[in-house]
Design a binder for this molecule. Structure first.
Ligand SMILES: *[C@@H]1O[C@H](CO)[C@@H](O)[C@H](O)[C@H]1NC(C)=O
Ligand SMILES: *[C@@H]1O[C@H](CO)[C@@H](O)[C@H](O)[C@H]1NC(C)=O
Ligand SMILES: *[C@@H]1O[C@H](CO)[C@@H](O)[C@H](O)[C@H]1NC(C)=O
Ligand SMILES: *[C@@H]1O[C@H](CO)[C@@H](O)[C@H](O)[C@H]1NC(C)=O
Ligand SMILES: *[C@@H]1O[C@H](CO)[C@@H](O)[C@H](O)[C@H]1NC(C)=O
Ligand SMILES: *[C@@H]1O[C@H](CO)[C@@H](O)[C@H](O)[C@H]1NC(C)=O
Ligand SMILES: *[C@@H]1O[C@H](CO)[C@@H](O)[C@H](O)[C@H]1NC(C)=O
Ligand SMILES: *[C@@H]1O[C@H](CO)[C@@H](O)[C@H](O)[C@H]1NC(C)=O
Ligand SMILES: *[C@@H]1O[C@H](CO)[C@@H](O)[C@H](O)[C@H]1NC(C)=O
Ligand SMILES: *[C@@H]1O[C@H](CO)[C@@H](O)[C@H](O)[C@H]1NC(C)=O
Ligand SMILES: *[C@@H]1O[C@H](CO)[C@@H](O)[C@H](O)[C@H]1NC(C)=O
Ligand SMILES: *[C@@H]1O[C@H](CO)[C@@H](O)[C@H](O)[C@H]1NC(C)=O
Length: 422
């Protein structure tokens, strides 16, 4: 052998050893992962869902229920969503899964706390613990998961203030903490989250004013603060900064004040839900300048005055709910231009006049709520064809119906009417 050949054999040997060593390292890493999963499984009430999770089946680790692997058989995803599992994460050894990017256990019956060791899943981009029964606080260590794009803890029994460390998650696109018992943190400690597009905080115990960090999240398209105890006014910065907003739900809080004409800056808005607050003043006619609106809910507020005819410009509108305010005008005939309308509630106001004849254009209307107003129908003496069937009309028919002397067709089937036909 020449020196050159000897040298070549040595290099080859070295490469073989390196290869075997790596194989050993990877398989031992996989072995650790398998053992950690099996130990956790043993802590759960027995279930057939995880039958594949067995050390006898370790060669198929990457085919275990809910497990996804990356290169070299290292686990990168754990997805047990909707698997009907019970138990806790107490015995889950988060340190054994340094390469996991997806951890999704939504829609199970897990309870107990969210362990602070979850902060060791440092490569996590997707964390979904929603629709379980986790209790106690959100661990501050969640703020170590700085690669997260998606975080949902929605629909658990979490309490305490929202930890400001969530503000460290600067790559978040989607954050849903809704349907818990979370309390108001010091919002001033939250930095802007520049990529955040979806923010759900509904159905919690939030108090005080509008969280002032929200208008700093410029990329928001979806914002749900409904079912909290928030007070004060909508900050003007919302109209300056959140111009991409398509969905805004502030239903069932204690917000007040008049609606600002700056609302029209939210030109992408499709769904505006402001019901069950203390908003006051007129239903502004500039709402007619947000042409994309599909849903407009202003029910249970202190709005007064007239229904603006400009609402007739909202040609995409499918749902208009103005019930339980103090509106005292007639119904503008322009509402008859809203040919996509399927739900119209104007009940519990002080509206006068009668149903505009233009309403015969509302062929998609399936729910029409008009009760508890001051309507009269006596003027419709030329009405020949009156079809109000399959509605949610309730109460008694007004006696003026007897004045519709030209009436040929009168159909009010499938309603919740009571009393006699006048
Ligand atoms: C994975 O497991 C399923 C049954 O659970 C089996 O049908 C399939 O062949 C397995 N695939 C591999 C690559 O082992
Ligand atoms: C988890 O699996 C379910 C189907 O079982 C799937 O719908 C969901 O998208 C998966 N989650 C992730 C993050 O891939
Ligand atoms: C799992 O939890 C659900 C809801 O708490 C309960 O109804 C069910 O009996 C539990 N099942 C087991 C096997 O513990
Ligand atoms: C897994 O993560 C560890 C620690 O971050 C890293 O050293 C290793 O290269 C990763 N392994 C794979 C196969 O990605
Ligand atoms: C991660 O695990 C180590 C032990 O390896 C532990 O000391 C540390 O507290 C854990 N980190 C977090 C954020 O939980
Ligand atoms: C804003 O969010 C959208 C998704 O809604 C995304 O496509 C876009 O890249 C984001 N832009 C920035 C600057 O984060
Ligand atoms: C809303 O838009 C108008 C016209 O583009 C502009 O003058 C006004 O300053 C904007 N309002 C806010 C709060 O940015
Ligand atoms: C938004 O508002 C409606 C009222 O229309 C409420 O019923 C709903 O639960 C809220 N949140 C979501 C996510 O729809
Ligand atoms: C509206 O304001 C009145 C008087 O301040 C108060 O009694 C009521 O609880 C408030 N309602 C809502 C929904 O905030
Ligand atoms: C609209 O926003 C501008 C700029 O922030 C502000 O000066 C003005 O007072 C706002 N208008 C209303 C009606 O709130
Ligand atoms: C309707 O309500 C407005 C505002 O409360 C009031 O100024 C006006 O006088 C009322 N109109 C009628 C006809 O009652
Ligand atoms: C119907 O008649 C009443 C008086 O009888 C009148 O005040 C009201 O303006 C009339 N409505 C319409 C729509 O003509």
């Amino acid at each position: 052998m020449t020196t050159f050949q000897k040298y070549g054999v040595l290099v080859l040997l070295f490469l073989i050893i390196l290869f075997l060593f790596n194989l050993l390292k990877f398989s031992s890493a996989a072995g650790n992962e398998a053992e950690a999963l099996v130990r956790w499984k043993a802590s759960l009430p027995s279930t057939s869902v995880l039958d594949s999770w067995s050390l006898k089946n370790v060669v198929n680790l990457c085919n275990w229920t809910g497990i996804t692997c990356g290169r070299a058989g290292i686990i990168t995803g754990i997805n047990l969503s909707g698997a009907d599992l019970n138990g806790t994460l107490d015995r889950f050894d988060f340190r054994s899964f340094p390469n996991v990017t997806v951890f999704d256990i939504n829609t199970n019956n897990f309870d107990g706390v969210i362990p602070s060791a979850i902060g060791n899943l440092s490569k996590l981009t997707y964390l979904d613990l929603s629709i379980n029964a986790f209790v106690n606080i959100i661990p501050v260590e969640i703020g170590f998961l700085t690669e997260l794009r998606y975080l949902s803890l929605m629909d658990n029994d979490l309490n305490g203030p929202i930890p400001y460390q969530i503000g460290n998650l600067q790559k978040l696109r989607y954050l849903d903490l809704g349907s818990n018992y979370l309390e108001t943190p010091d919002w001033s400690k939250f930095p802007s989250m520049p990529f955040l597009s979806y923010l759900g905080l509904c159905y919690n115990e939030l108090t005080l004013g509008f969280p002032d960090f929200i208008p700093t999240c410029h990329n928001l398209t979806f914002l749900d603060l409904s079912l909290n105890h928030l007070t004060g006014q909508i900050p003007p910065s919302l109209f300056t900064n959140l111009v991409n907003l398509g969905y805004l739900n502030l239903t069932d809080n204690h917000f007040q004040g008049m609606l600002s004409s700056n609302f029209t800056n939210l030109s992408e808005l499709k769904d505006l839900r402001l019901g069950e607050n203390n908003f006051s003043g007129p239903v502004p006619d500039f709402l007619g300048k947000i042409p994309g609106l599909v849903i407009l809910e202003l029910f249970n507020n202190l709005f007064e005055g007239s229904i603006p005819s400009s609402l007739g410009l909202l040609r995409n509108l499918e749902l208009l709910d103005l019930r339980t305010n103090s509106l005292n005008s007639t119904i503008p005939s322009e509402l008859g231009l809203l040919t996509n309308l399927s739900f119209l509630a104007l009940d519990s106001n002080s509206l006068t006049g009668s149903l505009p004849l233009s309403f015969s254009n509302l062929v998609k209307l399936s729910v029409l709520e008009l009760s508890n107003n001051r309507f009269s129908v006596g003027n419709l003496t030329n009405l020949q064809n009156c079809k109000l069937f399959s509605n949610n009309l309730s109460g008694r028919l007004p006696s003026e119906i007897g004045n519709m002397i030209a009436l040929i067709v009168f159909d009010v089937r499938s309603n919740k009417l009571s009393g006699e036909l006048p």
